[in-house]
Write a protein that binds this ligand. Structure first.
Ligand code: C2E
Ligand code: CA
Ligand code: CA
Length: 499
């Protein structure tokens, strides 16, 4: 930003300078032409004392004009210096000016043949101007200037401009950033001004710019730091609030139906935890489970989820042995056998069989393979069914799976999403299904939203499915009613009637 600002600023500056020089040089031409028109209108005896005096006064008064000559028949009759000794003829002009006057470069003054001047002619008069008068302006250091009469030549220059660059600038017309130079062109009817500024000059401006941006940068970083502090405070306070929430038992479970794809009946549900903060909206697990995991609070939450699931679904599970509830375990739970033993205690005398509680763990929970193995063995020993969750989103390989005594595999929603599309992962879904079958794992497909997906999975003998197509996560009471309508038990009386 600093650089482009510096360049833009410098360009603007250069444009102003070029325009100033252009106005000055054009002014010299126009003023001279006007003065000569005035002389032409005079009715004085040519080359009389009065006439010469008049030309002298005018040359003296006008800063740019050095000499005025009166011309008749192509010959100089008299000048501001009087009547010349020798006869001088005038060479033809180079260019017609917009004012109606004409211009000749390299004109020779009557008094000193060694000098080269610019002549402006109108009617019977010719005014000589020293070329430096056109560029008689103060320029910043390092700026080069060329005053060009297009098609004729150079009217004047300052600081030896590179004529190749000047020609290039005139050809391109507009301003642009050359590799080494900033250029600016100003044109008027008679002439063009080209200004070149080496970039080293612009860099000086850049250094000045830095001082402007430094405080802004400081303010921006202060804002960022404040944001980071605020965020970490928020997370810390979230951690504090979570600890209190666990003590106050502010959690509730929602239940999402799990369907038998072939029979179309509900066989259970996944328990999904929500934080019901008093007076505020329910908080989704994604917003607090990671914080709980990071601060060692997750095992407490898992125990609370066990307790709630047994409280909410105890009756349903005890009455229907085929129903199950799936509960999510975090990586922290996989290292702590205490949670499993707590679950065992809680199930005692409830009439719920341990195989009615499925435990889902993500691949993150299996990173420490030996430990995960021990936990899974223990859980199976206690009679639970173990599923690998979000399969395919983590690092697990086939060899990984073979080493773990799993019962079920949940295909992640991202794979189900590809069904019916021609995305590259489409085939992977089939492979995952085949792999799970070869390992004799029960398959649960997650995130089924369309009938087409359900049909596809059913055609590939996927056992179970879960997703919005069948039901969103719902409150315990709603799920119990859902189960009454869609559970295997609800279908039987209908069949009996039909029979
Ligand atoms: P998950 O185990 O993969 O749970 C499935 C998530 O997908 C749920 O989000 C569910 O609402 C959502 N879902 C289900 N079907 C569909 C569908 O058809 N379309 C779409 N778009 N989404 C669907 P939720 O409830 O927000 O849970 C998010 C994650 O939080 C869970 O992912 C799980 O990893 C974690 N979680 C939830 N409850 C618990 C818990 O009690 N303990 C632990 N440790 N983690 C939990
Ligand atoms: Ca899950
Ligand atoms: Ca999942």
């Amino acid at each position: 930003m600093s650089w482009s600002r510096a360049v833009a600023q410098e360009q603007h500056h250069l444009d102003n300078q070029a325009e100033r020089v252009r106005a000055h040089a054009q002014g010299v031409l126009d003023n001279t032409a006007a003065a000569l028109r005035g002389l032409n209108a005079l009715a004085l005896e040519p080359c009389s004392r009065q006439h010469v005096r008049h030309m002298q006064t005018l040359a003296l008064r006008d800063r740019a004009i050095d000499e005025i000559a009166y011309v008749e028949g192509g010959l100089v009759r008299c000048t501001t210096w009087g009547v010349p000794d020798a006869q001088t003829s005038l060479a033809p002009p180079d260019l017609k000016l917009s004012s109606g006057a004409s211009l000749k470069l390299d004109a020779v003054p009557v008094v000193s043949a060694a000098l080269r001047m610019v002549a402006v002619r109108d009617g019977a008069y010719s005014a000589l101007i020293e070329p430096g008068r056109f560029t008689d302006v103060v320029l910043p250091d390092g700026v080069q200037l060329a005053l060009v009469l297009p098609g004729v030549g150079l009217l004047g220059s300052v600081a030896n401009p590179d004529l190749v660059l000047v020609a290039q600038a005139l050809g391109g017309g507009t301003l642009r950033l050359e590799e080494d130079y900033l250029t600016s062109v100003a044109r008027s009817s008679d002439l063009a001004v080209v200004m070149l500024e080496p970039q080293s000059e612009a860099l000086a401006a850049l250094r000045r710019e830095h001082w402007l941006w430094l405080p802004l940068g400081a303010v921006a970083s202060a804002v960022l730091i404040a944001l980071v502090v605020w965020l970490s405070c928020w997370r810390l306070s979230l951690r504090g609030e979570l600890a209190i929430a666990i003590r106050r038992r502010e959690f509730v479970l929602h239940y999402q139906p799990i369907m038998d794809l072939r029979a179309g009946t509900c066989v259970g549900a996944e328990a999904l935890v929500r934080w019901a903060r008093p007076g505020r909206a329910l908080l989704r697990p994604d917003q607090f489970i990671p914080v709980a995991e990071a601060h060692g609070l997750i095992t407490d939450i898992t125990r609370e989820v066990f307790r709630l699931a047994i409280r909410d679904m105890g009756d349903l599970l005890a009455r229907d042995r085929n129903a199950h509830i799936a509960i999510n375990l975090s990586a922290g739970d996989m290292k702590d056998l205490g949670s499993l033993h707590a679950l065992h205690e809680m199930l005692r005398d409830t009439g719920i069989a341990p195989q009615q509680i499925w435990l889902e763990a993500t691949e993150a929970g299996f990173l420490d393979v030996e430990r995960a193995r021990a936990t899974i063995m223990e859980a199976r020993e206690l009679g639970h069914i173990i599923a690998i969750d979000d399969f395919g989103t983590g690092y697990s390989s086939l060899s990984y799976l073979q080493r773990l005594p799993l019962d079920a595999l949940k295909i992640d929603k991202s794979f189900v999403d590809t069904i019916g599309t021609d995305s590259a992962t489409h085939n992977v879904t089939d492979h995952v299904i085949e792999m799970a079958k070869s390992l004799r794992l029960k398959i649960v497909a997650e995130g089924i939203e369309h009938q087409e997906q359900a049909d596809y999975l059913k055609a590939r003998d996927v056992d179970l499915g879960q997703g919005w197509l069948f039901g969103k996560p719902m409150e315990a009471g709603d799920f119990i009613r859902f189960y009454r309508r869609h559970g295997a038990g609800a279908v039987r009386p209908a069949r009996a009637q039909a029979a």
